[in-house]
Ligand binder design. Structure first.
Ligand SMILES: CC(C)(COP(=O)(O)OP(=O)(O)OC[C@H]1O[C@@H](n2cnc3c(N)ncnc32)[C@H](O)[C@@H]1OP(=O)(O)O)[C@@H](O)C(=O)NCCC(=O)NCCS
Length: 186
């Protein structure tokens, strides 16, 4: 693991120059990575797609992308299409920062709920989502074609001003370990 000082972390919109590093993270993170054409479509053509990266600057004049999130904003719903963190930088809160910025942006754009699919066996990602208040609401049996794994559908139906304040105050950083965010705690 490469330890990161959080002051070195910048979450910002994805740009074309980020694509090569984003694709490398995607390929290191998923059994079925998105092709470059999918990222290009999301970045340049899909008006409903909001893409964010986590950037660090290992040396003056250089930058490294260490994580990304893609969110589709459709009417009043934010759908988390993908999120990944570079394997060398996991376990340091990068995904929480990405999710926090992306959800705050979605609320400011009028979203009142968020949804996503996660592999039934992806306990790490499920833990991350529970910290933000997502709950399992359904199952898509054998959704993933590579191994016929089920997808869990998780939703967060509480987006609004109070949740935005909770995000902006970093409430997700203080959630009790293992318990997720308690209902009504924001
Ligand atoms: C899931 C993923 C994005 C998490 O990124 P990360 O930066 O390591 O996550 P964070 O450090 O922000 O951790 C967030 C919370 O989830 C927990 N968590 C993250 N990965 C975990 C794992 N593998 N096992 C158990 N808990 C895990 C953390 O412990 C933390 O909770 P805590 O503060 O209560 O301890 C990263 O592991 C990844 O890129 N995985 C491959 C791609 C993927 O599965 N994406 C999700 C698709 S639905």
């Amino acid at each position: 693991m490469i330890a990161l000082c959080l002051e070195e972390l910048l979450i910002r919109p994805m740009q074309a120059a980020d694509l090569e590093q984003v694709l490398a993270i995607d390929q290191a993170s998923f059994a079925m990575p998105w092709p470059a054409s999918a990222y290009r479509y999301e970045l340049f053509e899909n008006p409903n797609s909001w893409l964010w990266v986590a950037e660090t600057k290992p040396a003056e004049g250089t930058f490294q992308i260490i994580g990304m999130i893609v969110v589709w904003l459709i009417l009043d719903e934010a759908h988390i299409a993908t999120i990944a963190v570079h394997p060398d930088f996991r376990g340091q809160g990068i995904a929480q920062h990405l999710l926090s910025i992306a959800l705050a942006d979605a609320i400011r754009q009028g979203c009142v709920q968020a949804t996503l699919e996660v592999r039934a066996g992806n306990l790490g990602a499920q833990h991350l989502y529970r910290r933000f208040g997502f709950q399992v609401v359904g199952i898509r049996p054998r959704y993933y074609r590579d191994n016929n794994e089920d997808a869990w559908i998780m939703t967060l139906a509480e987006l609004g001003d109070q949740y935005l304040t909770w995000l902006e105050q970093g409430g997700w950083q203080r959630a009790p370990e293992g318990s997720g965010r308690a209902a009504g705690s924001f």
